[in-house]
Design a protein. Structure first.
Length: 512
């Protein structure tokens, strides 16, 4: 372990010593020593399951004193937080990856929820609206405080969470994977806001698996692995490769393990595919024609709104409109009216949002894996639990899912392992075509490498893979060919050898 020594001139806002926490005998944190300087933006990185969120839940009172061992000092005062309110009263706020807002309530009501201004025992709505407006103005947010949260974008909801934290005195702001669902423009706005808060004296701890963001926003970076601190460094004195190597405990010479292999016959042939809505506006998908071959990874690139996810949904039997054109699988025309039609035809889809449209978090790992293969584990209407367990064991073993037991709820797993469970579900259907929509979204670099290696293994076995991704390095690094979309059309198909970032972006934007 590398320890950074603090000099006497550096004021520490937070000091943690010998912090350990177990979950049913599993060491989540082991004798962690962690400190944060007042007024800095301190990044905390590590693979999923490294202990980052657990450590921050101790700081913010989610895990109360007594549920862990070790000591915590805040502003040079020993603290034993009983709950999140205790931590909030001390000036500590945490913004979780899953936002904690009430959609049916207004922005102002959410900001002051639990500490509403009152007058003569009644909620003073006029004052609440005025104070909310001041907070929104401080953050340069132009939406009205009476807006229902359900009408906000993800980025606006994120900013509302920050306004909610600032409504109470906050000296230490913890942001846990804050950009996982934001657009590039919203990320820029968030970074501008974090720097603005720094100028106003707010210290930030920034948890992220996106290494490029860490180097853009942070002053120092602490790296965690297996529940321990590996080292803390000035961000300006290290580089992304060193940070990644420290996170995973090994050098990653080649993040993208693409290899040349035999590409077979066409498995999927799409001809003149068009998807239109009743409104009669511009088609969602317009005259798409392409082929996907056995053992091929065909990357699909394009800007937001290009129609990439709509293509995936159409091929999987849930088109966002009326479909015309022809879809052939192994030379036979298929009409995908329902996901069951697609599954029966050998098509599997790993959706872009595993939380909203993928996993069932209140079910076990075993149930989640078997969900699309119930016919193979059932006799009549009865599920044979032994068959279901064998199926889940086979695919969880192949994908090296880190878990204590197949009966664990899938929500207890790290993001990378959740993604593997979803992938296991679809591999269990023994598909001919695997559609991966943003396959590495929300997972750390170590888990990404595992997903990439599995993709190559599946391609070598002859599986045809259609990979949709917003990350250009991923598209360039893993694809045999790249299909570029713009405004619902295919505007170019590039071979691996000729593709580069400039060519893909030129086609995607239409700017040459």
């Amino acid at each position: 372990m590398t320890v950074v020594q603090e000099t006497p001139t550096q004021t520490l806002i937070l000091e943690m010593e010998n912090i350990s926490k177990d979950f049913e005998g599993v060491h989540a944190l082991s004798n962690v020593a962690f400190s944060v300087r007042e007024g800095e933006i301190h990044a905390l990185v590590g693979e999923n399951g490294a202990g980052k969120s657990t450590l921050m839940k101790i700081v913010s009172g989610v895990y109360p004193h007594g549920g862990y061992t070790g000591s915590l000092r805040y502003r040079d005062t020993p603290c034993q937080f009983k709950d999140t309110r205790d931590a909030q009263d001390a000036g500590i706020a945490i913004i979780h990856q899953d936002l904690n807002l009430v959609p049916e309530m207004t922005v102002a009501e959410n900001i002051f929820l639990g500490h509403e201004p009152n007058r003569f025992g009644w909620v003073d709505r006029k004052k609440m609206k005025a104070e909310a407006r001041k907070l929104l103005d401080r953050l340069a947010l132009d939406f009205p405080p009476e807006t229902p949260v359900s009408e906000l974008s993800v980025g606006q909801s994120q900013m509302t969470e920050i306004a909610k934290a600032l409504a109470q005195r906050v000296d230490l702001l913890i942001l846990d994977e804050p950009t996982s669902a934001l657009t590039d423009r919203e990320i820029d706005r968030l970074f501008e806001l974090i720097r603005q808060l720094k100028d106003q004296g707010v210290t930030s701890i920034y948890i992220s698996h996106k290494i490029e963001e860490v180097f853009e926003i942070s002053d120092r970076v602490t790296i965690m692995r297996d529940g321990e601190i590996v080292r803390t460094e000035e961000t300006s004195e290290t580089d992304p490769r060193k940070v990644v190597s420290a996170m995973v405990g090994r050098d990653i010479e080649d993040l993208f393990p693409w290899e040349r292999r035999e590409i077979g016959e066409a498995v999927l042939r799409v001809e003149n595919l068009k998807v239109e809505t009743p409104s009669g506006n511009r088609p969602i998908l317009d005259d798409l024609s392409f082929e996907l071959h056995r053992g091929e990874v065909l990357g699909v690139s394009g800007l937001m709104g290009a129609g990439r996810s709509e293509l995936a949904a159409t091929l999987f039997g849930v088109p966002p409109g009326t479909v015309t054109g022809r879809i052939e699988i192994l030379g036979s025309e298929k009409r995908m009216r329902h996901p069951r039609d697609a599954i029966n035809a050998g098509v599997a889809l790993l959706t872009e949002d595993r939380k909203e449209s993928g996993l069932l978090f209140n079910l076990t790992i075993q149930k989640n894996v078997s969900l699309a293969s119930l016919r193979s584990v059932s006799v009549g209407p009865w599920i044979k639990l032994g068959r279901e367990r064998d199926l889940a064991e086979r695919y969880s073993s192949r994908l090296t899912i880190k878990m204590a037991n197949l009966r664990d709820l899938v929500g207890t797993l790290s993001g990378g392992n959740q993604q593997k469970v979803l992938l296991a579900r679809w591999l269990a259907t023994e598909p001919k075509i695997l559609i991966l929509d943003e396959p590495t979204r929300g997972i750390d670099v170590g888990a990404k490498v595992e997903i990439y290696r599995l993709m190559m293994e599946l391609a070598r076995e002859g599986l045809a893979i259609l990979m949709i991704s917003s990350e250009l390095p991923e598209i360039l690094g893993m694809s045999d060919r790249i299909l570029v979309m713009r405004e619902g059309r295919i505007v170019g198909v590039l071979d691996r050898e000729e593709a580069d970032q400039e060519k893909v972006m030129s086609l995607a934007t239409g700017i040459r």
